[in-house]
Design a protein. Structure first.
Length: 144
Protein backbone atom coordinates (compact mmCIF):
# COMPACT_ATOMS: atom_id res chain seq x y z
CA UNK A 1 0.00 0.00 0.00
CA UNK A 2 1.34 3.44 -0.92
CA UNK A 3 1.96 5.97 1.82
CA UNK A 4 -0.61 8.38 0.35
CA UNK A 5 -3.27 5.65 0.44
CA UNK A 6 -2.38 4.79 4.02
CA UNK A 7 -2.61 8.46 5.01
CA UNK A 8 -6.00 8.78 3.30
CA UNK A 9 -7.22 5.78 5.29
CA UNK A 10 -6.01 7.32 8.57
CA UNK A 11 -7.84 10.56 7.79
CA UNK A 12 -11.03 8.77 6.73
CA UNK A 13 -10.92 6.55 9.82
CA UNK A 14 -10.69 9.58 12.14
CA UNK A 15 -13.49 11.26 10.17
CA UNK A 16 -15.80 8.22 10.30
CA UNK A 17 -14.90 7.24 13.87
CA UNK A 18 -13.79 10.45 15.60
CA UNK A 19 -12.11 10.18 18.98
CA UNK A 20 -13.37 12.19 21.97
CA UNK A 21 -16.27 13.67 19.97
CA UNK A 22 -18.76 14.25 22.76
CA UNK A 23 -18.51 17.37 24.87
CA UNK A 24 -17.66 16.64 28.48
CA UNK A 25 -19.55 18.68 31.06
CA UNK A 26 -16.39 18.83 33.19
CA UNK A 27 -13.91 21.33 31.75
CA UNK A 28 -11.56 24.13 32.72
CA UNK A 29 -12.07 26.01 29.43
CA UNK A 30 -14.41 25.89 26.46
CA UNK A 31 -13.86 27.56 23.09
CA UNK A 32 -15.78 27.77 19.84
CA UNK A 33 -13.83 28.29 16.62
CA UNK A 34 -15.17 28.80 13.12
CA UNK A 35 -13.31 28.71 9.82
CA UNK A 36 -15.00 31.63 8.02
CA UNK A 37 -13.67 30.55 4.62
CA UNK A 38 -15.64 27.29 4.62
CA UNK A 39 -17.97 27.28 7.62
CA UNK A 40 -16.33 24.45 9.60
CA UNK A 41 -17.07 24.79 13.34
CA UNK A 42 -15.55 23.25 16.46
CA UNK A 43 -16.55 23.58 20.11
CA UNK A 44 -13.76 22.19 22.26
CA UNK A 45 -13.60 21.58 26.01
CA UNK A 46 -10.35 20.98 27.88
CA UNK A 47 -9.66 19.93 31.42
CA UNK A 48 -6.21 20.97 32.52
CA UNK A 49 -5.21 20.40 36.14
CA UNK A 50 -1.80 20.96 37.69
CA UNK A 51 -0.21 21.44 34.26
CA UNK A 52 -1.59 18.15 32.86
CA UNK A 53 -4.11 17.82 30.03
CA UNK A 54 -6.60 15.45 31.63
CA UNK A 55 -9.27 15.59 28.96
CA UNK A 56 -10.14 17.07 25.59
CA UNK A 57 -13.64 16.70 24.18
CA UNK A 58 -15.29 18.32 21.22
CA UNK A 59 -18.23 18.64 18.88
CA UNK A 60 -18.10 19.99 15.39
CA UNK A 61 -19.31 20.06 11.84
CA UNK A 62 -17.29 20.41 8.70
CA UNK A 63 -15.17 18.70 6.12
CA UNK A 64 -13.29 15.45 6.65
CA UNK A 65 -10.01 17.34 7.10
CA UNK A 66 -11.21 19.55 9.97
CA UNK A 67 -13.05 16.74 11.73
CA UNK A 68 -10.26 14.16 11.37
CA UNK A 69 -7.62 16.69 12.37
CA UNK A 70 -9.55 17.64 15.52
CA UNK A 71 -9.96 13.96 16.40
CA UNK A 72 -6.20 13.45 16.03
CA UNK A 73 -5.37 16.57 18.03
CA UNK A 74 -7.73 15.70 20.89
CA UNK A 75 -6.33 12.19 21.19
CA UNK A 76 -2.73 13.42 21.11
CA UNK A 77 -3.16 16.01 23.86
CA UNK A 78 -4.72 13.86 26.58
CA UNK A 79 -2.18 12.77 29.15
CA UNK A 80 0.50 15.23 28.10
CA UNK A 81 1.84 18.05 30.19
CA UNK A 82 0.56 21.40 28.99
CA UNK A 83 4.07 22.26 27.82
CA UNK A 84 4.32 19.01 25.78
CA UNK A 85 0.85 19.58 24.32
CA UNK A 86 1.68 23.12 23.20
CA UNK A 87 4.96 21.89 21.69
CA UNK A 88 2.92 19.34 19.73
CA UNK A 89 0.60 22.11 18.50
CA UNK A 90 3.65 24.12 17.40
CA UNK A 91 5.04 21.07 15.57
CA UNK A 92 1.75 20.59 13.71
CA UNK A 93 1.56 24.30 12.86
CA UNK A 94 5.07 24.11 11.44
CA UNK A 95 4.08 21.09 9.35
CA UNK A 96 1.06 22.99 7.98
CA UNK A 97 3.23 25.97 7.01
CA UNK A 98 5.80 23.76 5.22
CA UNK A 99 4.00 23.87 1.83
CA UNK A 100 4.62 20.14 1.45
CA UNK A 101 8.35 20.22 2.14
CA UNK A 102 8.14 18.44 5.52
CA UNK A 103 6.75 15.05 6.44
CA UNK A 104 6.33 15.77 10.16
CA UNK A 105 7.80 13.96 13.13
CA UNK A 106 5.76 10.78 13.62
CA UNK A 107 7.05 10.41 17.19
CA UNK A 108 5.53 13.79 18.07
CA UNK A 109 2.51 13.99 15.76
CA UNK A 110 1.60 10.29 15.43
CA UNK A 111 -1.49 10.15 13.13
CA UNK A 112 -1.09 13.90 12.56
CA UNK A 113 1.59 13.20 9.94
CA UNK A 114 -1.21 11.84 7.74
CA UNK A 115 -2.24 15.46 7.21
CA UNK A 116 1.15 16.54 5.82
CA UNK A 117 -0.22 16.65 2.28
CA UNK A 118 -2.77 19.27 3.30
CA UNK A 119 0.08 21.79 3.60
CA UNK A 120 0.28 21.85 -0.22
CA UNK A 121 -3.25 23.29 -0.42
CA UNK A 122 -3.50 26.74 1.20
CA UNK A 123 -7.30 26.69 1.18
CA UNK A 124 -7.32 23.53 3.34
CA UNK A 125 -4.67 24.50 5.89
CA UNK A 126 -7.19 26.41 8.02
CA UNK A 127 -9.40 23.32 8.03
CA UNK A 128 -6.56 21.17 9.36
CA UNK A 129 -5.54 23.77 11.97
CA UNK A 130 -9.04 24.47 13.33
CA UNK A 131 -9.02 21.97 16.21
CA UNK A 132 -5.36 22.57 17.03
CA UNK A 133 -5.86 26.34 17.32
CA UNK A 134 -8.99 25.74 19.38
CA UNK A 135 -6.93 23.58 21.75
CA UNK A 136 -4.24 26.28 22.02
CA UNK A 137 -6.87 28.94 22.74
CA UNK A 138 -8.55 26.75 25.38
CA UNK A 139 -5.18 25.96 26.99
CA UNK A 140 -4.41 29.68 27.32
CA UNK A 141 -7.85 30.36 28.78
CA UNK A 142 -7.46 27.45 31.17
CA UNK A 143 -4.23 28.98 32.58
CA UNK A 144 -5.90 32.33 33.35
Amino acid sequence: MELDSLYQEVILDHYRHPLHKKLSADFSAQVHHVNPSCGDEITLNVMIKNGLVENVSWEGVGCSISQASTSIAADLMIGKSLKQALTTVDSFSQLMSSKGTEAGDEEVLEDGVALAGVSKFPARIKCALLGWMAFKDAAIQSKV
